[in-house]
Design a protein around this ligand. Structure first.
Ligand SMILES: [Cu+2]
Length: 157
C-alpha cells in the first residue's frame, strides 16, 4: 500500500508536470518565438547596417565611366569622381531630358528638388566629385550630359 501511494503521488506529479508544461511552457521556450522573430528583424537591420548603405565609386576619366555597370543595394550612394581632364555631368537617361530615374527631370535642376535628381545638374570639374543616393530600385542608365558617348548603368536591388 505504501508503494502504491508513492507511485500514485509520483504519477500525479508527472501528470501535473505535463499539464503545467503544456499550459505554461518554460519561459525560455515561450520567448523563443518572439526572440527568433526579433533576431530575424534585427538581423536584417544589422545586415542593412553592415552591408548598406554603402558607398560605391564610379571613376570618370577621358575614356568614360569605370565601372560602366554597377550593382548596388537600395539606399547605397554612388560617388562619381572625376579623374579626367574634362568636366563630366552624370545624369539619368534619357538625354536630354533626364527623366528615366523616378522624379528626375533636367528642368528640376536649380530647384529645391535638385537633391533628389539622378542628375548632377552641372559639369563636375576634374578633381571634383558628385554623389547620389539611390532610393529607387531598377536599372538606371546614365550618361555624361556633356559627352553622350560616355554611358553607364546603375542597377539598384
Ligand atoms: Cu543628357
Amino acid at each position: 500500500m505504501k508503494y502504491i501511494g508513492i507511485i500514485g503521488v509520483i504519477g500525479v506529479l508527472f501528470i501535473l508536470g505535463f499539464v503545467i508544461l503544456k499550459n505554461n511552457p518554460p519561459a525560455d521556450i515561450e520567448e523563443e518565438l518572439p526572440v527568433a522573430e526579433v533576431a530575424e528583424e534585427e538581423g536584417q537591420e544589422e545586415g542593412a547596417v553592415l552591408e548598406s548603405p554603402r558607398t560605391h565609386t564610379v571613376v570618370f576619366t577621358d575614356e568614360g565611366y569605370n565601372p560602366k555597370q554597377l550593382a548596388i543595394t537600395q539606399g547605397d550612394t554612388v560617388v562619381f569622381k572625376n579623374e579626367g581632364s574634362m568636366p563630366t555631368w552624370p545624369a539619368t537617361a534619357m538625354h536630354p531630358t533626364h527623366t528615366i530615374y523616378p522624379g528626375s527631370d533636367i528642368e528640376k535642376c536649380g530647384t529645391q528638388d535638385e537633391a533628389g535628381l539622378f542628375d548632377a545638374c552641372r559639369g563636375i570639374e576634374p578633381g571634383k566629385e558628385w554623389s547620389f543616393r539611390f532610393q529607387e530600385k531598377g536599372a538606371w542608365g546614365f550618361h555624361d550630359h556633356l559627352n553622350v558617348a560616355h554611358t553607364g548603368k546603375i542597377t539598384v536591388e
